[in-house]
Design a protein around this ligand. Structure first.
Ligand SMILES: Nc1ncnc2c1ncn2[C@@H]1O[C@H](COP(=O)(O)OP(=O)(O)OP(=O)(O)O)[C@@H](O)[C@H]1O
Ligand SMILES: CCCCCCCCCCCCC/C=C/[C@@H](O)[C@H](CO)NC(C)=O
Ligand SMILES: [Ca+2]
Length: 500
């Protein structure tokens, strides 16, 4: 390449039989070329292609290059993957062969491994043999020799890997996860998700598409997206972590029913969803929460969390300022709001929970990394109204614009079912203890109000009474959040079109 003044390298690029001029600008590091024969229709970029150098996967020398290299004009790159410092070189990969449509192994071998090879990334691959294999393994291996952990599977598989990684880091840092007030050590080793599950909500909500190659490219270029994690406790005992949906009532019941139908694959959620909708079961209990004061946004905002999100950045800055002034424990004294009621669903989401079934998600304005969760309370209403609410998960209408739906942005919350409250406060009432809690609307009808189950990122929780605390940016993903369309057209490339 020749180097004219102004930090621009100019050369010729062969695209099949045709040649064109290609330039590499040092600042801001852009590779540009014009199609020798631009398509007549399509995007109005005038045939110009622009790719940030940070998104080039690999450079390979051709025979023509070799001659120039020998003549001393070219310097061979010693590390062909070394475009930016943040790119991973060594990854630990866990594949769930039974997730989703049981395609995890094929997806990895055919779509992902060739890209990792092209980018000179070396991998250690573990095909899991049972549930919790990946989680347990993360407590045994030397995780510190890897630049990232990749999971091939669905939300449940991601959850397993995340539990392994967070648990291992806390263990190595001597931190007890049981106390919800204890600060946790952040995980600097990034997690990559290759989607091969049934819902793949975490991948969709952090990348904007469920596509294994796009996710592989985000890993290769070393993208980094911090993610809030909720820790869930009961009586000062740690239960689980959650990053997407922590749902009681409707989503808990769907999960409980669908777990028995795993053989149906992803269709189990539709079947159990329909059955749960018809059952129209509501649950009584008390929700208490501390509203998120330090965050800049609100769940009713029209703006969604996107790549480089301003709200996530500002909230993190605010948190760091508070730490510097020694105010990080102030929230312990913040007021609690208490709501008693009959609920069809109690959903706490750390992110929008957008997925192919619900492209806006359960809370369209929730943020990936703002240190807060959106707590959605759907009170007892008619079946017809609940259906209207569910349908709004799939269209552009505001799903919070119903008198029976309330949404709050929170940092901490607690839930206790009425059954448990009564058992705790009324242990002398022998009749209740012996026969269980009856429906309070119809004391004589014997419709037993059993507890629901919590759906924690697609896994069930053992306790219905929970205490939840959001941990701001506890983990990091190989992702960049959902990109705005206008940013994509500026480069005339989506992640899918990264160059090789
Ligand atoms: N080899 C295995 N055999 C059985 N279960 C496994 C194995 N490996 C992982 N698992 C478990 O399978 C569960 C579900 O996997 P996964 O999330 O990949 O698929 P899914 O449930 O179909 O998708 P989604 O979570 O997106 O709805 C995980 O919780 C994981 O613990
Ligand atoms: C009559 C139309 C009704 C359509 C209702 C569509 C609503 C779909 C919303 C799905 C949200 C999923 C949130 C994510 C949950 C995951 O954590 C979990 C594990 O993968 N998946 C499920 C289904 O529980
Ligand atoms: Ca959040």
């Amino acid at each position: 390449m020749e180097q004219p003044p102004g930090g621009r390298l100019v050369s010729s690029l062969l695209l099949g039989p045709r040649g064109c001029e290609v330039t590499l600008e040092r600042e801001p590091g852009l590779l540009r070329w014009r199609d020798p024969q631009p398509p007549r229709r399509g995007r109005s970029s005038g045939g110009e292609n622009v790719v940030p150098a940070s998104e080039i996967i690999a450079v390979e020398e051709t025979e023509i290059d070799k001659k120039q290299c020998d003549s001393g004009k070219w310097q061979k790159m010693s590390k062909p993957h070394a475009f930016t410092e943040s790119r991973p070189k060594q990854l630990l990969v866990y594949i769930n062969p039974y997730g989703g449509k049981r395609q995890g192994k094929r997806i990895y071998e055919q779509k992902v491994a060739p890209l990792f090879h092209l980018a000179s990334i070396s991998t250690d691959v573990v095909i899991t043999e049972h549930a919790n294999h990946a989680k347990d393994n993360l407590f045994e291996v030397n995780i510190y020799k890897y630049d990232g952990i990749v999971c091939v599977g669905g939300d449940g598989m991601f959850s397993e890997v995340m539990h392994g990684l967070i648990g291992r880091i806390q263990k190595d840092s001597g931190i007890d996860q049981n106390n919800p007030k204890t600060p946790l050590a952040q995980c600097s080793i990034r997690i990559g998700i290759i989607p091969a599950g049934s819902t793949d909500c975490i991948c969709y909500a952090t990348v904007g598409i469920v596509d294994p190659e796009t996710s592989a490219l985000h890993i290769i270029v070393g993208d980094c997206q911090p993610l809030d994690v909720s820790s869930i406790h009961h009586n000062n005992t740690f239960l689980k972590y959650s990053v997407s949906l922590l749902g009681y009532g409707f989503y808990g019941d769907i999960l409980r029913d669908s777990e028995k139908k795993r053989w149906m694959g992803p269709a189990r959620y539709d079947f159990s969803g329909f059955k749960t909708f018809l059952s129209h079961q509501y649950y009584e209990g008390t929700v208490s929460f501390q509203p998120a004061k330090g965050t800049v946004g609100s769940p009713r905002d029209k703006e969604s969390c996107r790549t480089g999100c301003r709200i996530c950045r500002q909230t993190k800055q605010l948190e760091e300022q508070q730490k510097n002034y020694g105010l990080e424990h102030k929230e312990v004294e913040d007021e609690w709001k208490v709501i008693k009621g009959k609920f069809l669903a109690i959903n706490a989401v750390n992110m929008s929970c957008a997925c192919p079934r619900s492209p806006k998600g359960l809370s369209p304005a929730a943020h990936l990394a703002d240190g807060s969760a959106d707590l959605i309370l759907v009170r007892k209403c008619s079946r017809f109204n609940f259906l209207r609410y569910l349908v709004r998960h799939t269209n552009q209408d505001d799903q919070f614009d119903f008198p029976f739906v309330d949404v709050y942005r929170v940092k901490r919350f607690q839930f206790m079912s009425k059954q448990l409250e009564d058992n705790e406060s009324d242990i002398k009432d022998v009749g209740k203890k012996r026969f269980g809690q009856f429906c309070s609307d119809h004391p004589a009808c014997c419709c037993n109000l059993a507890n629901s189950t919590w759906n924690c990122d697609g896994e069930t929780l053992d306790s219905s009474a929970v205490e939840v605390k959001v941990r701001c940016q506890l983990v990091k993903l190989f992702a960049r959040g959902i990109e705005n369309y206008k940013d994509e057209t500026a480069y005339n490339s989506s992640s899918n079109e990264l160059l090789s």
